[in-house]
Write a protein that binds this ligand. Structure first.
Ligand SMILES: Nc1ncnc2c1ncn2[C@@H]1O[C@H](COP(=O)(O)OP(=O)(O)OP(=O)(O)O)[C@@H](O)[C@H]1O
Ligand SMILES: [Mg+2]
Length: 489
């Protein structure tokens, strides 16, 4: 350990002592620098991380004890040795009490000096090794996953911690985060760590079911409650009795259902559609949304009282781009999963692929990463996934619009030939450009929100109706994008 060049700082106002000490230490193979007073020693320690610092007690400007105090604050780990004049052991002891590692007295015995310096160095090395081992142990202790959630970075450790703390209680948890960040997996993990794990766990996607159906889906209905209600049917709240209900996409709940849900949250009681008998349930409620509920409350689109009831414990999942440290582990996880599923022996991704992954912003978060890897696993015949199997948005990152020369940008957006067509006026060209850009933005918003119209409208800052009109205008209401009733396609 001591073979690498060891640097020592010697501070003494006596140039003879500096020279003798320097010679002696250089013979040991150490690099030696010196200072003529305490002030200079402190300044040098600030600039350079020495392995050992030797300070004379009596020095002008700043004495050794004061310099020791300063150096301990700047470099708490560096061992400091004190040179005390013969017969001043009280000062030497004072220095040790103030954090010096050891001392020796003038005139010094060369052998003793060598041993003291060597011991200080050994302890310094040992301490560094211990610290690095402690760091390794801490990182080993960091969980790589929790239930089916994968990730070992700090952000996910905090998520795991919170799951563990809230799981045993019956509190309502509101799981927040962008689409594809793992909200449903968190709900599952909470249930699995809770005393209700063996009881029913019912999931309802509030955005996937049309409003009229959702009411009877949640609360059930009595026979004859509406046309087609031939038999009475219990709702999800009843089915989840003694267990947990997970209300996904809670932000999409209509105003009338918000009122009804509030009652369930407050009283754990409701009536079936068409029924009069109150039904009591023993439930734990978990909810999730990728909408900004606070903003919806401010806009009067989500009840504040319901928001407070739901938001007892908020648990926010970080987007993938903010926890890139987990990317390698997630990649490894999905490759193992899909390589086994498709009966292949894929070992990993090429370094260039990992580079592209680290640069890509992942708007669809872990779900998007999972899809990318699943697709590559299907397509590849090799044992390492190369860039050719990546989708174009990852492989050919969008050139930053700021870097694109304007005419090129216009040429790209304007239908071919139009840019150079002198018969079309500038204002007509601008109009075409604007609508093309609008169409482009709508398509992007829809893609980013999994084709959910309300979410896309929110993202664009327009009403759902206005989005609908624009989609009609641009011919975007085709099969591929789903229709109004089926918001979750
Ligand atoms: N931390 C994670 N570890 C492993 N897989 C994950 C993780 N997060 C998400 N996934 C995977 O990504 C996909 C999406 O996860 P999930 O459905 O929980 O996301 P979500 O936040 O509920 O998304 P949305 O808001 O769109 O409903 C699932 O296939 C899930 O298995
Ligand atoms: Mg979800």
């Amino acid at each position: 350990m001591l073979e690498k060049t060891v640097s020592v700082l010697v501070a003494d106002d006596d140039s003879g002592v500096r020279f003798t000490l320097g010679q002696l230490l250089k013979k040991e193979g150490y690099t030696v620098k010196d200072a003529a007073d305490g002030d200079e020693a402190v300044a040098m320690a600030e600039r350079e991380d020495f392995d050992v610092i030797i300070l004379d007690v009596k020095m002008p400007r700043m004495n050794g004890l004061e310099a020791l105090g300063r150096i301990r604050r700047i470099r708490p780990r560096t061992p400091v040795l004190i040179i005390a004049a013969h017969g001043t052991s009280a000062i030497a002891h004072q220095a040790i009490a103030a954090g010096a590692y050891d001392y020796f007295t003038k005139p010094f015995d060369n052998t003793e000096l060598r041993i003291v310096v060597k011991r200080a160095l050994e302890r310094h090395t040992l301490q560094r090794e211990i610290e690095s081992l402690q760091q390794q142990v801490a990182s080993l202790k960091r969980a790589r996953h929790y239930g089916t959630l994968v990730g070992s970075g700090r952000a996910m450790q905090e998520v795991y911690d919170l799951i563990q703390r809230v799981a045993p209680q019956d509190v309502t948890v509101l799981i927040l985060g962008e689409s594809g960040t793992g909200k449903e997996l968190v709900a599952q993990a909470i249930v699995e760590s809770s005393p209700r794990r063996a009881m029913p766990f019912i999931k309802v996607n509030c955005a996937a079911i049309p409003e009229q159906l959702l009411e009877s889906e949640l609360f059930g209905h009595e026979r004859g409650a509406f046309t087609g209600a031939v038999l009475a049917k219990p709702g999800k709240f009843e089915l989840a009795n003694r267990g947990t209900i997970f209300l996904d996409e809670i932000g999409e709940l209509s105003a009338s259902l918000q009122v009804k849900l509030l009652r369930v949250l407050q009283e754990r009681e409701f009536e079936r559609v068409g029924g009069t008998k109150p039904i009591r349930v023993d439930l734990r409620i978990l909810a999730a949304t990728n909408a900004d509920l606070e903003q919806r409350v401010a806009e009067g689109r989500f009840r504040e009282d319901l928001y407070f009831r739901l938001n007892v414990i908020p648990l926010t999942l970080p987007p993938l781009r903010k926890r890139l440290e987990d990317l390698p582990l997630l990649v490894e996880h999905f490759i193992a999963l899909y390589s086994q599923q498709f009966n292949k022996t894929i070992k990993g991704v090429a370094p260039e692929v990992m580079d592209l992954f680290l640069k890509y912003p992942w708007p669809g978060n872990v779900r998007e990463l999972e899809n990318v890897i699943q697709r590559a696993c299907i397509l590849t015949q090799d044992s390492v996934i190369g860039t050719r199997w990546l989708p174009p948005e990852i492989c050919q990152p969008q050139t930053d619009l700021h870097d694109t020369p304007l005419p090129n940008l216009y040429r790209r957006i304007l239908p071919s030939g139009l840019f150079d067509d002198v018969s079309v006026s500038l204002s007509q060209k601008i109009e075409i450009l604007t609508s093309q850009a609008e169409k482009e933005l709508i398509l992007r918003a829809l893609a980013q929100c999994g084709n959910r119209r309300q979410a896309a409208a929110d993202l664009l800052g327009i009403s759902r109706k206005s989005l609908h009109n624009k989609m009609t205008r641009y011919g975007l209401l085709d099969e591929k994008l789903g229709n109004e009733g089926d918001k979750n396609v």
